[in-house]
Design a protein around this ligand. Structure first.
Ligand SMILES: [Zn+2]
Length: 81
């Protein structure tokens, strides 16, 4: 998890970590073994940057309003079946 204060909810945190886990391409290594900083995947690198995480949280917070204003739909309408 980031080394800074997370401004989202516990649900936001859970969803972010699940998404990063699904998209992680870090090389496999034994538990507890440090990873070479050059091998850290992009999703995990993102966790090191507070501004990016805050921006994701902001975009998620205004997603409903943007979808409604720009396209006249709600997030529920955009879910895949
Ligand atoms: Zn990774």
């Amino acid at each position: 998890m980031p080394h800074f204060e997370f401004n989202g909810t516990e649900d936001d945190k859970r969803r972010l970590l699940e998404s990063i886990s699904r998209n992680c391409s870090c090389p496999p290594r034994p538990f507890g073994q440090a990873i070479n900083p050059g091998e850290v995947c992009a999703p995990h690198r993102m966790l090191l940057e507070k501004g990016r995480v805050d921006h994701l949280l902001f975009e998620r917070a205004i997603k409903s309003r943007l979808l409604k204003e720009e396209f006249g739909v709600t997030p529920k309408d955009t879910k895949r079946r």
